[in-house]
Structure formats: structure tokens, C-alpha cells
Design a protein around this ligand. Structure first.
Ligand code: ZN
Ligand code: ZN
Ligand code: ZN
Ligand code: ZN
Length: 163
């Protein structure tokens, strides 16, 4: 279960109202008006929202999935430590990695190829996982140089894609 954190002041221990609506007391105090946010997509609750169950903001479910703490923890996987969900940098579809093979995947919707770890379009870390690859000549420093692939977190991706 995710801990509910206020997107504005980042405090936890919030009081949940109906559905996904949460009130942040410290923010309400400092803003001098009730500050409510959606605990799924981490955005301010729209004042014009009719429903109290869902914020009805665009991409609520998509953002909620991307912001979830769920990670790939299979030690054998090339995408270990990655968020379970990713948004395709091409079409913004919600994608997952099946855990097998290299970290590069092809989006089934727009056929864009990208690396599930660093979200870059061209990532050459395949050799590292190739069983024929002879790594006896390399020490760890070489591997770091060959593998500039760093796991990007989804909050960066959300900003990049404007979700
Ligand atoms: Zn707050
Ligand atoms: Zn929402
Ligand atoms: Zn796509
Ligand atoms: Zn990569």
C-alpha cells in the first residue's frame, strides 16, 4: 500500500475523504483555503469536480500507475529496480516489461523502441547480458563506462511527457 503524500508540502499522514480525495491540513492552513488533492495522480483536486470519487483529471489512472511504488525485483532481470510501469516516450501508452531479455522494448502501439531503464531511444547495454560476451578483460570501471544506462524515475518522465 502506498503512503499518501501531499504533492505540495510532501508531508504524509493525510486524512482521506471519499474516494481518492485527500485534504492536507498544513497546506490548507498556509494557503488559507482548503487544499485537496487526488491521492492517485498527485495533483490538486479540481474545484469544479462534481464527483468526489475521482478527480476526473486527464491521465489520472496513467499517472497513478506511473507513480506507484511497484518495482521489478527479479534479481535475474535486466530491468531489476525499474518501476513496474512506464509510459511510452512516443505515444504515452502505459507499458510494462515482461522481465525477460534486454532492457530495450518496442512499444506495441507506436513501435517506438526505447530502454526500459533509462528511457533513452538507443541503449547499447545488450552486450552486458550477452552470454557470449567475454568480460575477462574488463574491470568494473570499464563496465560503468560502457553502460551509461541509469534507471530514470517516473516523476521525471511525467514532467518530460507533460502527463
Ligand atoms: Zn500539503
Ligand atoms: Zn487523480
Ligand atoms: Zn508507443
Ligand atoms: Zn538504458
Amino acid at each position: 500500500m502506498n503512503i499518501i503524500k501531499c504533492p505540495s508540502c510532501h508531508r504524509s499522514r493525510m486524512r482521506k475523504l471519499n474516494g481518492q480525495r485527500v485534504v492536507c491540513k498544513p497546506c490548507s492552513k498556509s494557503k488559507r483555503c482548503v487544499f485537496q488533492f487526488c491521492c492517485a495522480c498527485q495533483r490538486e483536486w479540481p474545484r469544479q469536480a462534481v464527483s468526489t470519487d475521482s478527480c476526473v483529471l486527464p491521465n489520472c489512472a496513467l499517472r497513478a500507475a506511473l507513480l506507484s511504488a511497484k518495482q521489478i525485483d527479479d534479481p535475474q532481470s535486466s530491468v531489476r529496480g525499474c518501476p513496474f510501469f512506464r509510459a511510452c516516450p512516443g505515444c504515452k501508452a502505459l507499458l510494462t516489461h515482461n522481465g525477460d531479455g534486454c532492457s530495450n522494448i518496442v512499444c506495441p502501439h507506436c513501435f517506438k523502441e526505447f530502454c526500459f531503464r533509462c528511457m533513452g531511444p538507443e541503449c547499447y547495454d545488450d552486450d552486458y547480458y550477452d552470454s557470449d560476451f567475454d568480460d575477462s578483460d574488463f574491470d568494473d570501471n570499464d563496465l560503468v563506462m560502457m553502460k551509461p544506462c541509469v534507471i530514470k524515475n517516473n516523476s521525471e518522465i511525467i514532467q518530460q511527457l507533460g502527463l
